[in-house]
Design a protein around this ligand. Structure first.
Ligand SMILES: [Zn+2]
Ligand SMILES: [Zn+2]
Ligand SMILES: [Zn+2]
Length: 278
């Protein structure tokens, strides 16, 4: 296969998902399509709640997935039973206008499903350059920072495979997203800059490459950039240590994801543990 076709495959995947959802829901009509939207949103939300709960207790992706599938399947079964009981009459939704409305709901369902399926496919790293060069599939990945932002606002955790640990001195572009979806970075807006002690600004999530999405913090006073590690609160949260400990151990203090090319020694007191007080 030449490259053009390999790229096209991923666009066809998105077109296929959205097209199929549109066709199915237009056929079912507005009433049943609305029932599907409600069922899928409920299932998705509760599956993620199941993941968060199981992950919070057992601290592992596998346990999280069991919670995800468990609560997801139960929700799917309960809603299906409820719908049967309600004996929904699809008739009104199947006039021409109803089919158009059903089709539109199918489009949004298809887009929502793409947001789950394309990132899953992109876990195969050899696909990433092709997805990046595609027209539609790359837009789906471009929407990922917004998904993380929404998750932070709702304070929920997005299930992810690459949920492993990392040491500060191993911080780099390749493992930049280790803490994304584990920490609510939005809450670190206004954390204290390690260089000058000012309150840093959370500039949102950015997509680096593939599905790697990382937060960006910028200090309005000294301009120091980081993924949160160049703040006292962020460092404590990410590495369960104080940035001052790195200095004592001779590890240069700079961000491996958004480097400043200048490591520093903090001069202000750490607001979390009080180190560096004069
Ligand atoms: Zn600063
Ligand atoms: Zn500290
Ligand atoms: Zn960093």
């Amino acid at each position: 296969m030449n490259l053009q076709i390999k790229v096209l495959v991923f666009d066809l995947l998105v077109i296929g998902i959205v097209g199929l959802a549109t066709y199915v829901e237009a056929t079912r009509g507005a009433v049943l399509a609305l029932a599907d939207v409600v069922r899928i949103i409920l299932t998705g939300v509760l599956a993620i709640v199941g993941y968060s709960l199981a992950f919070a207790v057992f601290k592992s992706f596998l346990a999280g997935m069991v919670g995800f599938l468990g609560l997801g399947l139960v929700t799917l079964m309960v809603t299906t039973m409820l719908y049967k009981r309600m004996a929904i009459d699809p008739h009104h939704g199947q006039r021409p206008l109803g089919r158009v409305l059903g089709g539109l709901m199918g489009v949004s369902l298809g887009v929502g499903l793409s947001l789950a399926i394309v990132p899953a496919v992109a876990q195969v790293s050899t696909f990433i350059p092709r997805i990046d060069r595609s027209y539609l599939a790359s837009r789906v990945l471009d929407a990922l920072p917004a998904v993380h932002d929404a998750a932070d606002r709702l304070n929920i955790r997005i299930p992810r495979v690459r949920d492993r640990s990392r040491k500060f001195r191993h911080e780099s572009l390749d493992n930049a997203d280790v803490f994304t979806s584990r920490i609510n970075f939005r809450k670190l807006d206004g954390a204290t800059c390690v260089e000058c002690g000012a309150k840093v600004e959370f500039r949102g999530y950015k997509r680096l490459k593939g599905t790697i999405v990382v937060p960006l913090f910028v200090c309005p006073e000294c301009g120091r950039t980081s993924d949160g590690c160049q703040t006292f609160e962020g460092f404590h949260r990410m590495y369960r240590r104080c940035p001052y400990e790195m200095v004592v151990r001779g590890i240069p203090l700079d961000c491996g994801v958004w480097p400043n090319d200048q490591s520093i020694v903090p001069e202000t007191e750490c607001p979390v543990c009080g180190r560096g007080a004069r």
